[in-house]
Design a protein. Structure first.
Length: 175
């Protein structure tokens, strides 16, 4: 039965080659887009244009998995910090798969709390055998960055706060 379904699916899809502008595309036609090298299926009939390209999810869906890329941002370097702000403020390139930093010799995954052109706030939680660590990272476009840590010691029943070194961040996002 699965083989028959594959044959039917293969009959329904028609490969049209490389995507070009000013071309009439019909539902279930497939094209390769030179901008990213991926294959896309037409899901809505249209005539292609610069705004109706395979990046337009209303008209196309990707047929191949897009790749992941990792970028390391050293927040102590001005140009790297600027690039980090540009990346996080580019809503077309979100969602990020993960943002990881090494804090206190532990890899922690940060979540985005808020993003603006001047401040980015991230938070992370890390669980250890007898403790929970909460990290709040504030990245300022101009000025110092801060990373505050709250330690909840579950065996002693205590809570302490401290400031830790701001980590470099590795951002893994969809290409």
């Amino acid at each position: 039965m699965k083989a028959q379904q594959l044959v039917l699916l293969g009959d329904a899809l028609r490969y049209k080659g490389d995507w070009t502008t000013n071309t009439a595309y019909k539902i279930n036609e497939c094209v390769t887009w030179a901008a990213d090298g991926h294959m896309y299926q037409v899901i809505k009939e249209h005539t292609s244009s610069s705004s109706l390209d395979p990046d337009n999810a209303e008209y196309y869906k990707p047929m191949t998995n897009k790749c992941f890329s990792e970028v390391v941002y050293d927040l102590t370097v001005s140009s790297s910090k600027t690039n980090f702000f540009t990346a996080l403020n580019n809503t077309d390139k979100r969602p990020f798969v993960k943002i990881v930093g090494t804090v206190d010799a532990m890899n922690v995954e940060f979540n985005i709390v808020s993003v603006s052109t001047s401040v980015i706030k991230l938070t992370a939680t890390n669980f250890a055998t007898n403790a929970v660590y909460l990290y709040n990272l504030t990245i300022n476009a101009s000025g110092d960055n801060t990373c505050n840590k709250v330690t909840i010691d579950t065996s002693a029943g205590s809570i302490t706060g401290s400031t830790v070194t701001v980590p470099s961040l590795t951002v893994t996002n969809l290409d």
